[in-house]
Design a protein around this ligand. Structure first.
Ligand code: C2O
Ligand code: CU
Length: 461
C-alpha cells in the first residue's frame, strides 16, 4: 500500500487553495455544471497525470456556494460516456431535485441535460455527487463541495474545504478499473491505495501561528472510514453533516465515515517554522494527509472558544413513544452467514446472489423494494431501528432529512444525515418526516448499496 507515503512535490508551487480556479458567481444564475472526462495530478510529479471524470473536468469539481435560504440553479450537462445524475448530499431538498435515477428522475443520458434548481434551507457543509453507477463514477473523481453560508458566519481568519478521498491507482497512476470486483463488494467495499485532499497527494497550506481556521472535512471515499487526528492545531468540532452542534466539542480522535462531514474551528498552536497536520490513523501508523506550514505569528493570544453556530430550521421530532416505528435488518457480506434473499420477487440462494452481484440484503431483500420501508404521514415522527447483522460497519444515509440517534438512555444525539453502524450493532434513529416525496435510505459504502443495501421511505405531502 502506498497509502500516506509522503510524495515529494517539486518546488513550492504546491500551496493549495481549496477549489482553486472555481468560484461561484452569483451574477450568473444558470451556470452550467458539466460532468466530463479530464486529467488530474493526483500522484507525485514523476508519475503521469491521472485520467479522471469530474465536474468541470476536474476533481474535486467546483465549490458551489449559496447563501442559506437562497436558490441554487445549475444546468447539469452530461459529457460522460454513461448516464448520470447529481445528488445534493445532505440538502433537505425538493424531492424532484434529489437526483436519484428511477426514483426522482430519469438518468441523464450522455449528451443530455437536467436543470437542478432548489433552495438550500440549512447552512453548512454539503456536497454533490452522481447517483448512477456511483461506485464507478465517484471512484473516477466525480464529486464536489456545496457550501451553504450562514447569514453571519463565525469569525475565522480563513475557511477551507478539505475533501478527503481514497483512490485505487495502478502503477502508472491511472484509476484501477476493477470497479465490479466481488471481493470488494462482499467485504469492506472498494478501498484504495492513495489518499488525497482536494485531489492532491501532498496537500499543503501556509498558515500563521494562532491563526483561526474553519476546516470543513468531507469524506468523499467510496468506502473508507477515516480515523483522523490533528497535530499542531487545536480546537472544536462545531458541526456534523452540516448541522451545528449545540455546543462546540473539543477535538480528539475523529471518525469520518463515507459521506460524512465535520466542521472544525481550530487554532494553529504550532510555532513558526513548524508543521502542523491533519493525520490519518491506520492502526499504529500515522500519516499526515494535509500539512499546514506555520509562518509568522498572526496574534499573540489564542482566541476564545467559539460560540455554537446558529441552529438550522430542522423540525424537531415529536413524541418518541407515539412514533411510527420500523425495523431494518442488514444481512449478508463475507463472514455473514446469509443463506439467501429475495430478488426480483424470487428467493435466491447465495450462489445465485453472488452471480447477480447482490450479496447484501435489507429485511431479506437484495434489490430495491417496490414498497417503501415506511410510508409516513406528513410531519409524522419516524423511528428506524437499524440492526447490523453483518461482520462489517455500514454508513447509513437517509435522503431529504436529518435524523438523530436515540441513545440507550433515550436521549437524542446530534443531527446527522449519515451514521456509522458498527458490526453487530443496532442503531435507532428518529426524525420528523416533513419533506414530502420518496427518499432513499442506503449504505454509503457504494459497493454495498449497489449490492443490495438500498431501500426507500415515502413521506406524504
Ligand atoms: Cu451521498 Cu444516496 O447519497
Ligand atoms: Cu455498507
Amino acid at each position: 500500500m502506498i497509502i500516506g507515503r509522503r510524495p515529494f512535490l517539486a518546488g513550492t508551487g504546491a500551496l493549495a487553495i481549496a477549489g482553486a480556479g472555481t468560484r461561484y458567481s452569483a451574477a450568473d444564475p444558470v451556470s452550467v455544471l458539466r460532468a466530463a472526462p479530464g486529467t488530474a495530478r493526483l500522484a507525485p510529479a514523476e508519475y503521469p497525470k491521472t485520467p479522471i471524470w469530474g465536474y468541470g473536468g476536474a476533481t474535486p469539481g467546483p465549490i458551489l456556494r449559496v447563501r442559506q435560504g437562497e436558490r441554487l440553479t445549475r444546468l447539469f450537462v452530461n459529457a460522460l460516456p454513461q448516464p448520470s445524475t447529481v445528488h445534493w448530499h445532505g440538502i433537505r431538498i425538493d424531492n424532484a431535485m434529489d437526483g436519484v435515477p428511477d426514483l426522482t428522475q430519469a438518468p441523464v443520458p450522455p449528451g443530455g441535460e437536467f436543470l437542478y434548481d432548489f433552495v438550500a434551507p440549512d447552512a453548512g457543509t454539503y456536497w454533490y455527487h452522481p447517483h448512477n453507477r456511483t461506485w464507478e463514477q465517484m471512484a473516477r473523481g466525480l464529486y464536489g463541495a456545496l457550501i451553504v453560508e450562514e447569514p453571519h458566519p463565525p469569525e475565522v481568519d480563513r475557511d477551507e474545504v478539505l475533501l478527503i478521498d481514497d483512490w485505487r491507482l495502478t502503477d502508472d497512476a491511472s484509476i484501477d478499473e476493477s470497479f465490479g470486483a466481488m471481493m470488494d463488494w462482499s467485504h469492506a467495499g472498494r478501498l484504495g491505495n492513495w489518499l488525497t485532499v482536494n485531489g492532491e497527494g501532498d496537500f499543503r497550506l501556509a498558515v500563521g501561528q494562532l491563526e483561526r481556521l474553519r476546516l470543513r472535512l468531507v469524506n468523499t471515499a467510496n468506502a473508507r472510514v477515516f480515523s483522523l487526528a490533528m497535530e499542531g492545531l487545536d480546537g472544536w468540532i462545531v458541526a456534523l453533516d452540516g448541522q451545528p452542534l449545540a455546543s462546540p466539542e473539543p477535538i480528539g480522535r475523529m471518525t469520518l465515515a463515507p459521506a460524512q462531514r465535520m466542521d472544525l474551528i481550530v487554532d494553529v498552536t504550532a510555532g513558526p517554522g513548524a508543521e502542523a497536520s491533519l493525520t490519518f490513523l491506520d492502526r499504529d501508523e500515522r500519516f499526515p494527509i494535509a500539512s499546514f506550514e506555520v509562518a509568522d505569528e498572526v496574534r499573540g493570544l489564542r482566541l476564545p472558544t467559539p460560540d455554537p453556530l446558529p441552529e438550522n430550521p430542522v423540525p424537531v421530532p415529536g413524541s418518541l413513544a407515539d412514533a411510527h416505528r420500523v425495523s431494518l435488518r442488514m444481512e449478508g457480506g463475507a463472514m455473514g452467514g446469509m443463506r439467501g434473499a429475495m430478488m426480483g420477487g424470487r428467493m435466491m440462494d447465495m450462489r445465485q446472489l453472488v452471480e447477480a452481484g447482490r450479496v447484501w440484503s435489507f429485511n431479506g431483500r437484495a434489490d430495491m423494494p417496490d414498497e417503501p420501508l415506511v410510508s409516513a404521514a406528513a410531519g409524522e415522527t419516524v423511528r428506524i431501528e437499524m440492526v447490523n447483522d453483518t461482520a462489517w460497519p455500514h454508513a447509513m444515509h437517509l435522503h431529504g432529512h436529518h435524523f438523530r440517534k436515540i441513545a440507550s438512555d433515550g436521549r437524542l444525539g446530534p443531527l446527522r444525515d449519515t451514521t456509522l453502524v458498527a458490526q453487530n450493532e443496532t442503531v435507532e434513529i428518529a426524525f420528523a418526516a416533513d419533506n414530502p416525496g420518496d427518499w432513499l435510505l442506503h449504505c454509503h459504502m457504494l459497493e454495498h448499496s449497489a449490492a443490495g443495501m438500498m431501500t426507500w421511505i415515502r413521506v406524504a405531502g
